[in-house]
Design a binder for this molecule. Sequence first.
Ligand SMILES: NC(=O)C1=CN([C@@H]2O[C@H](COP(=O)(O)OP(=O)(O)OC[C@H]3O[C@@H](n4cnc5c(N)ncnc54)[C@H](O)[C@@H]3O)[C@@H](O)[C@H]2O)C=CC1
Ligand SMILES: O=C(O)C1=N[C@H](C(=O)O)C[C@H](O)C1
Length: 251
Amino acid sequence: MLKIINHGCNGKMGRVISRLVSEKSDCKIVAGIDKNPSSSDFPIYTSLKDVKEDADVIIDFSFHSAVPELLKNAELKKIPVVVATTGLSDDELCTLKEAAKTIPIFRSANMSLGINILINLVKEAAKILQNNYDIEIIEKHHNMKKDAPSGTALMIADAINEVLTEKKEYIYGRHSKTDTRKENELGIHAIRGGTIVGEHEVIFAGHDEILTISHSARSREIFAIGALKAAEFIVNQKPGLYDMNSLLEKG
Ligand SMILES: NC(=O)C1=CN([C@@H]2O[C@H](COP(=O)(O)OP(=O)(O)OC[C@H]3O[C@@H](n4cnc5c(N)ncnc54)[C@H](O)[C@@H]3O)[C@@H](O)[C@H]2O)C=CC1
Ligand SMILES: O=C(O)C1=N[C@H](C(=O)O)C[C@H](O)C1
């Protein structure tokens, strides 16, 4: 029985995690953590330091500024963490990398299988098309999303840059720009509206032809399923930083 702490349990993703876990027989939520506690069938705390229950793993869908304190306490309690929260600053990312020296940490801005396949396809296309095609990323999310661009858009952009001979400069929207697009640009554009779960589109625009590779999330369950798989995976790992590639390699 995998004993899970649900960090951000009262949020949109935290609630999906709780629902999916309640439908499974091989794992359970032993405690939740949220800055806005409410009643639940498991105890809810405002910080990991107060959690009394014994746990194997923490799944985190919260807010970027909550991550450093979570990791500090996870290190003290020696509990592996799945970090799904996006929008981490450079300093917060440094803290995460330091913590991964003590405990296993799984981090991905997108826990869906599809986006991780998209990244592999986009890398192949980028290698071939890098000299003659302009690359732009468009992401669309619901009107409650706080960070922009999405963590996934940045993860896709970083993956593209990894395989390019000449690295691109990220351009976030083109408001106030008064010159034409430069070859070294990689445009990243964020749209917010309604209840859009998450759409990512990578456009390779060349002379008289456009290649578009896209992914559309139709429910939050795909992220929760991925996070639960990551949780099962991370509990058996040594301290270190793991991502979706580690999980996909495992098969
Ligand atoms: N990696 C992935 O596959 C996915 C990542 N996300 C990311 O997960 C995060 C959460 O997304 P949602 O659930 O939609 O947001 P949400 O705003 O609905 O939920 C966040 C929850 O975290 C809680 N929280 C905020 N600060 C806290 C703190 N200091 N301590 C404890 N709890 C705190 C809030 O009270 C809230 O209940 C976002 O960063 C989002 O981008 C969302 C979906 C998929
Ligand atoms: O906030 C969300 O909802 C999502 N956030 C992640 C991101 O920032 O990439 C992943 C997913 O697209 C949903």
